[in-house]
Design a protein. Structure first.
Lengths: 477, 495
């Protein structure tokens, strides 16, 4: 396999000469083996080490949440006038990352981008776990966590009242919970056939029972496949507008308010572009090492990585356009506070955050104009890290700078994050990576069935020789 | 695991043929369909293009289920928001409408997607009869590769066209087939093990109990307080009415002595609460200890007033407010009452049994308890002219504008008109009143005069008292009372 990999240049973009999506002369059985090996082989020591680190960071995260719930939100740096500090920054950051998976599964599916099959499972898992991280922050941000259910329209004897459906924060509750639910069932639906493969291969009796239950008795019946494919298409058609709506609604949390710097109509598309950008950045961050560690070069070829880089370049430039347009409108709109807000963003006390944001989000992806950068995994990895950092700072800049200096100079103030703030930011990565490592260990990280259906035909069928002689063609159009 | 073919007569339920490549399977499917078989199915590791046509699979009705559920979801979203926000708990914000669609679109959209997604997922599972954990096919060892790299075609023995040998022959004749396998019925009993059955029944019964408890609780009344898992500040130490705080529901008492509030320590006053009772009421309290009670405004003043009343000096000026002399002839009905009432009040001793018990006079403050300067009098003049002069007149003679207008109306013989003129402040009765009593009159009113305690702060009321005294002095004063220097000044001015 390795030799073939070196010979074939998978990044040729000439339509007639494109290489297949799976290289290395695989057949169906070897694809199954290649992917299932990750789950079936002995767990590498590196996994245990990573898991131990991630799980202890997760433990710290839960301990900090416990401390927060027990003590109160005063343990954070949120205070007048910056009431939305790290928790909301982290929330928007994680929700943004959670957009790539469904985007790859749904929108690229609708656009018939078959290369998505190699990375979609991976990205969907990332989505789910990022949404888990995102969901925690608004939940603990409400202060009295134990009455979080007041967010939902549940008849309550205690309150005798109902949530205000005209509030963007309530839209957010619906959008994020719908997104989490739909992403989970979409992801799970996609996994059913692969879980059945794992079920049929495993020798471990416990895992066999677990996989049997999770795969729901899937047999691969043609009639089931027919409905399954229809269901998958419907899911994609539903999830595509959903994925756009979620970050739109998240942006409404800001845009519907009147704070200068937030109250702009560019926010929904700008947030969605930023979300796709950060999501693909995280896909790259995870995919490059995983491809290396698990030897998935034949399935996740350089062409796949290059495509992700191109998307990063496009969305990064869109984000850069949005930054520029915000400034233009602030000047062109003639609103003094708006103008001040943007000058303050770039040259005020938080200028450093603004310039980290611009250099990471707008400048670093421009390297992807060069093919060399698009085809060098370690460089991609480094840039993807910059993208993650930049996108976190984007949310920080939006949230904190606007609140710190609004209309009245008398109400200005700086934001001072506490150790708990930093701990929770790091801790959320612990949650993310713990879940992700568990998935990598026990779940099918590549959509085997989908890869098999887009890979080059690995066989020479005996029927074709015969058909030429006797039978009329039966191959349907 | 399952080579049960040599078991005691396992019933064959189907025939399976295996292929190594999908194209051979498609050709075979086509042949089987053309041969008229209908109870057929193919098993592949991934969805095959063209197998629907080859096998004659009808399009699924899943999209219709999703459409229906999607519409229901949108409707639910709309109705949920309308009922909760416009009917049950309307948010009234300025003059905005109770319900406006644009703000409700996001939630409608999300619920539409949510319901549709559930419809897709559960609809797909339902149509595919999943989950189905027991399947005779799973007993075929070769079938494990149906999810890996092998392709299978199956025919059910209940198919009308099925003939044991003929069908098998046909299967064996397929190009590319790599094995024909008989599928047998699962020999394990279909019945659930008895233990599982009983456990299931027990669990089901147990599961019904909580809803039943809830149901019975909903349909009954109870004196016990509601169970409140999140207490917040609902439950605090307190003394409920008609209960002893020590005993109530086992809660600890607020204070060991059973009280819910601490009594004030005699002689102390809470910060910011002190106001001189004399200043506030115009009545000198009997003892200093009683001061604390005076803090609660005028009500305790009455209680306290009873004691000084026993003292004879309080009865010095019994007929304090009798304007009887001044009443005009027309005002009969009104003036009769005060005229009658006052003498009764004045001489409680001689009153006959039916007369109401006399209201004893309290211990009035003799002199204004605030520092009196010319500013005070000017302030009093200012307040007097605002509040008092409309009735009493600028000079206090009881000829204010209101009174004059009333007489005008009487002169015009307006029907039903009666008027009791305001008191002339220059009458002896008023002159002889102690300052405290005048203050009390301003504060609480008298007869048809309303009280001004709510409108005029105590210091201003005292200032008015000083001004009233000044007015009176204009009639009763003698040149001797003018200080020599002032007299000189006046003389210089030529008066």
């Amino acid at each position: 396999m390795a030799t073939v990999n070196e010979v074939i240049d998978t990044t040729i973009d000439d339509p007639g000469n494109r290489t297949p999506l799976v290289i290395g002369g695989h057949d169906y059985g070897s694809i199954t083996k290649l992917v299932c090996r990750i789950n079936e082989d002995k767990t590498p020591i590196g996994w245990y080490i990573s898991f131990a680190v991630a799980a202890s960071v997760l433990g710290m995260f839960f301990a900090l949440i416990g401390y927060l719930v027990y003590t109160g939100v005063g343990v954070w740096g949120n205070n007048t006038p910056v009431y939305w500090g790290f928790p909301i920054v982290n929330f928007v950051f994680w929700v943004g990352i959670g957009h790539a998976g469904t985007l790859i599964s749904a929108i690229l599916f609708i656009f018939r981008q078959n290369w998505r099959t190699s990375i979609n499972r991976f990205a969907e898992a990332m989505t789910i776990f990022a949404v888990c991280c995102a969901g925690i922050f608004p939940a603990i941000h409400i202060g009295r966590v134990w009455v979080f259910y007041w967010l939902f329209p549940i008849p309550s004897l205690q309150l005798s009242m109902w949530p205000n459906f005209r509030s963007p924060l309530l839209w957010d509750v619906f959008a994020v919970s719908t997104y989490a639910t739909v992403s989970v069932i979409f992801w799970y639906t996609g996994m059913i056939p692969d879980l059945a493969t794992l079920r049929d291969r495993t020798d471990n009796p416990i895992l066999r029972v677990v996989y049997s239950i999770l795969s729901l008795g899937w047999t691969g019946s043609a009639r089931a496949w027919s409905r399954y494919e229809k269901a998958y298409t419907l899911f994609a058609a539903l999830a595509a507008p959903l994925v756009l709506s979620v970050h739109t609604i998240v942006s409404f949390d800001f845009a519907v308010s009147q704070i200068p710097g937030w109250h702009t109509t560019i926010f929904p598309p700008y947030f969605v572009a930023g979300a796709v950008f950060s999501g693909f950045g995280m896909v790259l961050t995870l995919m490059v090492p995983a491809r290396q560690l698990y030897g998935l070069h034949d399935i996740v070829t350089m062409r796949h990585l290059e495509n992700v880089c191109k998307i990063l370049l496009v969305t990064g430039s869109m984000v850069g356009y949005a930054y520029a347009m915000e400034f233009f409108i602030a000047w062109y709109g003639g609103n003094l506070t708006e103008k001040f807000a943007f000058i303050n963003r770039a040259f005020g006390p938080y200028w450093w955050a603004y310039f980290i944001m611009v250099s990471c989000n707008v400048i670093s992806p421009q390297l992807f104009w060069f093919k060399k950068c698009r085809t060098t995994p370690w460089l991609m990895f480094v840039i993807s890290i910059f993208v993650n950092i930049g996108m976190w700072f984007e949310r920080f800049v939006i949230t904190v700078t606007s609140l710190a200096r609004d209309f009245l100079p008398s109400s200005w103030g700086m934001f001072h994050p506490t150790l708990v703030d930093y701990g929770m930011l790091i801790g959320s990565f612990g949650l993310f990576f713990t879940l992700f490592l568990l998935f990598v260990r026990f779940g099918p990280i590549v959509a085997m069935t989908e890869v098999k259906s887009v890979m080059p035909k690995p066989y020479k069928s005996p029927v074709h020789d015969e058909q030429h002689e006797a039978e009329p063609a039966v191959e349907p159009a | 695991m399952a080579q049960d073919s040599n078991n005691s007569e396992p019933k064959q339920i189907g025939l399976l043929v295996q292929f190594d490549d999908p194209d051979s399977l498609l050709v075979a499917c086509d042949k089987v369909r053309k041969a008229g078989y209908t109870k057929t199915d193919a098993y592949t590791p991934f969805p095959l293009h063209g197998i629907d046509e080859a096998l004659g699979i009808k399009p699924t009705k899943l999209p219709w289920i999703v459409l229906t559920l999607g519409i229901i979801g949108g409707t639910v979203g709309l109705l949920l928001q309308y009922t909760t926000n416009a009917e049950f708990y309307p948010f009234i914000i300025s003059a905005k409408p109770r319900f406006s669609l644009p703000a409700n679109i996001p939630v409608i959209f999300e619920l539409t997607i949510l319901h549709s997604a559930f419809a897709v997922f559960f609809g797909m599972l339902l149509l595919n009869k999943l989950p189905m954990f027991s399947n005779p096919l799973f007993r075929v060892p070769e079938f494990a590769r149906a999810t890996d790299d092998k392709f299978f075609l199956a025919i059910d023995v209940t198919d009308d066209k099925y003939k044991p040998n003929k069908t098998k022959e046909m299967f064996e004749g397929f190009v590319g087939q790599t094995g024909v396998i008989d599928v047998f019925e699962d020999p394990s009993p279909n019945e659930l093990p008895v233990v599982i059955k009983y456990i299931g029944i027990c669990l089901a019964v147990a599961a019904i109990i909580p809803p039943l408890i809830l149901w019975s609780a909903l349909n009954s009344t109870s004196g016990a307080p509601r169970i409140n898992p999140i207490r917040d500040m609902d439950i605090q130490l307190r003394a409920d009415t008609q209960t002893q705080s020590t005993e109530f529901q086992g809660r600890p008492s607020v204070f060991p002595d059973g009280r819910a509030m601490r009594p004030r320590i005699p002689g102390t006053v809470a910060r910011g609460e002190w106001t001189d009772p004399v200043l506030l009421t115009g009545i000198v309290p009997e003892t200093a200890e009683k001061n604390v009670i005076f803090l609660q405004d005028e009500e305790p003043a009455k209680e306290n007033a009873e004691k000084p009343a026993e003292e004879p000096k309080a009865e010095d000026k019994p007929a304090a407010d009798k304007p009887a002399e001044e009443k005009p002839a027309d005002a009969k009905p009104m003036d009769e009452k005060p005229a009658d009432a006052k003498p009764e009040e004045a001489k409680p001793e001689e009153g006959a049994a039916p007369t109401p018990p006399a209201e004893p006079e309290p211990n009035w403050v003799k002199f204004v308890p605030i520092e009196v300067t010319s500013e005070t009098i000017k302030r009093g003049q200012n307040r007097f002219n605002i509040y008092c002069s409309v009735c009493h007149g600028y000079a206090g003679e009881g000829d204010g504008l209101v009174s004059r207008r009333a007489f005008e109306l009487i002169d015009q013989a307006t029907p039903g008109m009666a008027w009791l003129p305001p008191t002339n402040l220059h009458t002896d009765a008023v002159i002889q009143q102690p300052d405290g009593k005048i203050f009390h009159t301003i504060t609480h009113g008298i007869r048809k005069m309303k009280g001004y305690g709510d409108q005029i702060p105590p210091e201003d009321r005292w200032a008015i008292v000083t001004y009233v005294r000044a007015l009176q002095k204009t009639r009763t004063g003698t040149p001797d009372e003018i200080p020599a220097i002032k007299m000189k000044e006046l003389e210089l001015k030529g008066q």
